[in-house]
Design a protein around this ligand. Structure first.
Ligand code: FES
Length: 57
C-alpha cells in the first residue's frame, strides 16, 4: 500500500526501516531519499511507526 503519494513510499518500505531502528518519519523519508511534501501522509506514517516499533516489555 502506498503511504505517501507525493514520494511513492510504500508501507513495506517504512516498516523495514522501523525494523532497522528508525523511529522518526523525517529520518525515514530522508533515508529513502526524499522528504515530506504536502504532509498528508504524516499521520499515517506516524501510526505505522508506532505499530511496527517493538513494544517495551
Ligand atoms: S502524501 Fe506524503 S508528502 Fe504528500
Amino acid at each position: 500500500m502506498y503511504v505517501c503519494i507525493c514520494n511513492a513510499l510504500r508501507q513495506s518500505q517504512i516498516e523495514a526501516l522501523v525494523r532497522e531502528g528508525l523511529r522518526c518519519e523525517k529520518q525515514i523519508y530522508r533515508r529513502l531519499g526524499c522528504r515530506p511534501q504536502c504532509g498528508t501522509c504524516l499521520p499515517v506514517a506516524r501510526a505505522l511507526i508506532r505499530e511496527a516499533a517493538p513494544q517495551p516489555a
